[in-house]
Ligand binder design. Sequence first.
Ligand code: DAH
Length: 342
Amino acid sequence: MHQEKIETIKSAIVLADAQNQDELEAYRLKFISKKSVVGELFAEIRNIPNEQKKEYGQLVNEVKQLADNKFQELIDKVNAASKKAKSMDLDLTLPATYIPVGGIHPLTATRQRIIEIFERIGFNLSEGPEIEDDWHNFTALNFPENHPAREMQDTFFIEKNPDIALRTHTSSVQVRVMESHKPPIRTLSPGRVYRNEAISARAHCIFHQVEGLYVDENVGFADLKNTLYHFAKEMFGRETKVRFRPSFFPFTEPSAEIDISCLLCGGKGCNVCKGSGWVEIGGSGMVDPNVLENCGIDSKKYTGFAFGMGIERIAMLKYQIKDLRLFTENDVRFLKQFRSLL
Ligand code: DAH
């Protein structure tokens, strides 16, 4: 009779399980506490005839041992599980750890944007050296022998060799491209240029330009105008107006300076445009036939237009930057403001 009851309790202990504190407590009440089934077996001892007490006692002690061992086992198991769950505890509402991110330099962003606009209308990219010879920087571009741009105060010459200088403009790349490619040519040449100038809010001895060149049969001034209209609207916005002012460059004839309507006042006149409503962004013109011939291109068959713009100037207008020196000072308080570009 007792035997049977004891076996049932034993197998219940063996099968018992607990996943959490509540279930552990339930186990404890059922098998460990005074009022548990095991506790009842102990209470039963006084009703057992004396000669069977010893044997019964042994059996009940075995059950108690079994129940205790199992209890410890279940405690360990539940503790291990809750420790594991804790280590995986993620609070998704906590603010994220701050990871400082860099940004694109405003000049890089501006150059990229210019390239993108011209690439979409069929211009490819070309490059030339920053250390240039007289031919590519001046002579092939039709600069007269005694042109002031050749003089020491404008140009950085290398080791007093009057033939080698830091290029003063990206127009030198025009020459290199025309010398090495047959028309049709449609190319954009961004790059760094150097001039012997005192550094101020408006001038620097190192700056960037982007040169454009289009040479083919029947290229006319209307193509130049339309190309730059397109550029100005893409770069500065649909409302932007463009104006061409007659000018002079040795390498273009006719030549024109390119103005856009002032972005700040929309043409009404302010201190950025000095009350005129217009700001200059570069020079342009029809490639002088002498230049085409200097580069081995038949000027009777081909015509072309060219333009050159300062990248700093465009960035200053676009982002309303008032001092050129900010581009090269690497002050993070300035650079941080462009973190969202690109
Ligand atoms: N090279 C000129 C400068 O540095 C800019 C320029 C003017 C480039 C007219 C051109 C052009 O291609 O056609 O001031």
